[in-house]
Design a protein around this ligand. Structure first.
Ligand code: BGC
Length: 741
């Protein structure tokens, strides 16, 4: 449709029809037998039935047949036949569950990020999705916050920015109306990852400089990649909830970043400004949100019930409504929905494309790039197939490994580690015991209860725990090696999953301790959505393979890696703390006036634990043994528009082939404001043949030296710099250079 036609359409709309466009509800209401909003799940929204047939968009309805049914039902009663927009949480895949976002980031490979986003976009688009509520690029420094599992860039602004762009471009392609493309909604703006104490929905308070330096880059990068939508966050920023924060939405997002797309609130967030204590009532919440510039109210009654009154009272508000509706109609038009309200949903194509073999095979390879080898004492891994192997743990015979956001995935192709091993090794030499439940009854019940789900009742729980351990010990005794599959419950990370204890569950720790008494080499595969505290178990384990929640092809991917058919190459994107008391912990911290020195008292440290992280940012081992040497800079001075070339030699001292992620960090040694001890500026993932030595080259430019100064100007300052190149943020070679303006 031509833009002039859109304006004509807007002029034809009644005020109710316009406001409807700015309201988003859960789409399943249109599938109920008796569509009545005064009863049923949307009752709390207090919408009129008339308003229901004017709403502009729905969330989390997907599947070509369902989408078509909903669109038909809606359009049958919508006067101007303006199609609904379908928006979905496709966080780590639609039917194929890919590794959770934090895991994807550990690949340090934008091709992995892009391919996952592409397959997810095509799968969800032919199933009717128009908009995907992704990427989530909230900088995440605190492992207590359950949503770190969704953060593709982890604790690093550069990774966040690179991945944000890659995801948006892969979702949207060149034209969002084309088959396989979806509009991307970057979230949650802004600084949601900085909630105090890691408690979800909690307060955020930070200086603008800190915000711009660390939190803004990923959002900005998604906007520059032309993300069609932005979702505001639940938290406050500078004392005002993001959703009604004019400085954030108008000054920063609209004016400074020149964002032209749609702004949608998070779930119920406009209404929540009353609980925050900045809106005295629902009408004021509506006023503040529309004045700030929120185009769509997700799942609250505020716009539906109060915007009309506000428009009648104030022409300015009506103008704002018109602007928002125009933006919404234009997005629908760019998606081609006026010509074809069903978008690219297609039942026949679903049958051919969803979960197809080629994508599943690809998924397995991508998944393997996300695993991080944390420990490999005496090269215990890979396992020799001829050994007797004891498979123990609640994740050995379990397919609940897709994470808490993968709501629509098809579990039929998900195999278990047990089955995957049975296919690969002599079954006579394979033994299995569950060893423990994931959680004890009271722990799982408190989660189920909060979700409104039925709780469970295990009879004689402690005896049962004992029995599982004894059974595990019995099979372990017959084995040469033990492979443990342990971790968090998938409902322990994700939204509303903050935790003050980030150890493995007690019953699983007991299992490790008991098995440790047998003195049989033991490797743990770890399933989790956040960095965990491992210092209480690490010394009992010979190997640790971090697999996060790996998704549909997880079990096969793990099995191949444990047996040495593929080599790990992932690196951490979040520091693992010594214990929870260290959170938030991140590698790019400031030095302080009293940096830590061992055994000194009045320095910045904890008395009871080391200051450094347990596993640092960027860390990850390989079955290769990489030796870094001979770092050289071609010059020691850099001027504007200059480039320094840094080279080093890396030798693969092993008979295995594999990939290594080589990382370049810079430190500004003194500046007008304090600068971090190290900041990631570049990285390369390089392939090595067995015993191969390669010369690797990096270019250092002045752009890499810039930062936000006291006056909020982004520039580089003259002075001395250190450059570090290494296999993680701690193990590096270093040199220095000087920058002259
Ligand atoms: C989450 C968003 C999500 C939305 C829609 C909210 O609770 O914070 O990330 O996209 O729900 O499901």
């Amino acid at each position: 449709m031509k833009d002039t036609k859109i304006i004509e359409l807007l002029n034809e709309m009644t005020i109710d029809e316009k406001i409807g466009q700015m309201v988003q509800v859960a789409g399943d209401i249109f599938l109920s037998d008796n569509i009545d909003v005064s009863t049923g799940p949307l009752k709390n929204l207090e919408l009129s039935n008339e308003m229901l047939y004017n709403v502009g968009s729905v969330l989390n309805i997907i599947g070509a047949e369902r989408v078509r049914k909903v669109q038909d039902e809606y359009l049958s009663k919508n006067r101007l036949k303006i199609p609904l927009l379908f928006m979905d949480d496709i966080i780590n895949g639609y039917k194929i569950a890919f590794p959770i976002p934090i895991a994807q980031g550990c690949s340090w490979n934008t091709e992995v990020i892009k391919t996952i986003a592409r397959i997810s976009a095509v799968e969800s688009n032919i199933a009717g999705a128009n908009v995907n509520f992704s990427p989530m690029v909230d900088l995440s420094r605190d492992a207590r916050w359950g949503r770190v599992m969704e953060s593709v860039g982890g604790e690093d602004p550069l990774l966040g920015a690179i991945y944000a762009r890659a995801t948006v471009e892969a979702y949207q392609g060149k034209d969002i109306s084309k088959l396989g493309n979806v509009a991307s909604c970057v979230k949650h703006i802004a600084a949601y990852g900085a909630v105090e104490g890691g408690r979800d929905y909690n307060t955020v308070d930070m200086s603008e400089r800190e915000f711009r330096q660390y939190y803004l880059p990923a959002y900005k990068s998604a906007i520059e990649a032309n993300a069609e939508l932005i979702m505001t966050s639940f938290n406050i920023l500078n004392g005002i909830p993001a959703t009604v924060n004019k400085a954030l939405i108008q000054n920063l997002i609209r004016k400074e970043l020149n964002f032209k797309g749609l702004i949608i609130s998070d779930y119920g967030a406009i209404e929540e400004t009353i609980a925050h204590g900045v809106s005295k009532d629902e009408k004021e919440a509506a006023l503040k949100a529309i004045e700030a510039g929120v185009d769509i109210d997700m799942m609250s009654k505020i716009y539906a019930n109060f915007l009309k009154e506000l428009c009648l009272e104030n022409k300015e508000i009506e103008n704002k409504v018109n602007e928002s509706v125009l933006r919404i109609l234009k997005l629908k038009n760019r998606l081609g929905l006026f010509e074809n309200p069903y978008g690219n949903s297609d039942v026949k194509k679903e049958k051919i494309y969803l979960m197809n073999e080629q994508n599943l095979k690809k998924a397995k390879e991508l998944t393997q790039e996300t695993f991080v080898l944390l420990k490999n004492k005496n090269n215990i891994l890979p396992f020799n197939k001829n050994k007797n192997i004891a498979l123990i743990g609640p994740y050995i015979d379990n397919i609940a490994i897709t994470g808490s956001w993968c709501m629509f995935s098809d579990k039929s192709k998900c195999t278990t580690i047990l089955d995957a091993f049975k296919k690969k090794v002599d079954n006579e030499k394979l033994f299995y015991a569950k060893g423990s439940e994931i959680l004890r009854q009271d722990e799982i019940n408190s989660i189920l209860k909060a979700d409104g789900l039925p709780t469970i009742n295990i009879k004689n729980e402690s005896e049962e725990e004992e029995r599982l351990i004894e059974e595990a010990k019995d099979i372990a005794k017959k084995s040469d090696v033990i492979l443990l599959a342990l971790g968090e419950h998938y409902k322990q990370s994700g939204e509303a999953c903050s935790r003050s204890n980030i150890s493995l569950p007690e019953n699983q720790i007991r299992l490790i301790n008991e098995l440790n008494k047998l003195h049989i080499p033991m490797v743990m595969i770890l399933f989790n959505g956040r960095p965990l505290q491992l210092n209480n178990i690490e010394d009992k384990l010979d190997g640790i393979l971090e697999v996060w929640f790996p998704g549909t092809m997880g079990a096969e991917a793990i099995t191949e890696m444990i047996l040495g058919e593929v080599n790990p190459s992932g690196k951490l994107t979040m520091s693992f703390p010594q214990n929870v008391g260290q959170c938030p912990i991140y590698y790019n911290h400031y030095n302080t006036g009293r940096p830590h020195i061992d055994d000194l008292r009045y320095v910045s440290r904890y008395q009871d634990i080391p200051t450094e992280s347990f596993y640092p940012f960027g860390f990850g081992l390989s079955y290769c043994n990489f030796k870094y040497k001979s770092l050289k800079l071609d010059k020691k001075e850099i001027k504007k528009n200059d480039i320094i070339t840094a080279t080093l030699e890396i030798e693969n001292q092993s008979n295995n082939e594999g990939y290594e992620v080589i990382q370049l960090y810079i430190q500004d040694l003194y500046a007008s404001v304090v600068r971090p001890v190290k900041e990631l500026k570049e990285f390369k993932k390089v392939y090595f043949k067995p015993n191969e030595t390669k010369i690797v080259e990096f270019k250092i430019n002045v752009e890499m030296l810039k930062f936000w100064n006291e006056n909020l100007h982004y520039k580089a300052e003259e002075g001395d710099f250190k450059v570090f190149i290494g296999s993680d943020s701690v193990n590096t070679l270093e040199d220095t250079f000087v920058y002259y303006d």
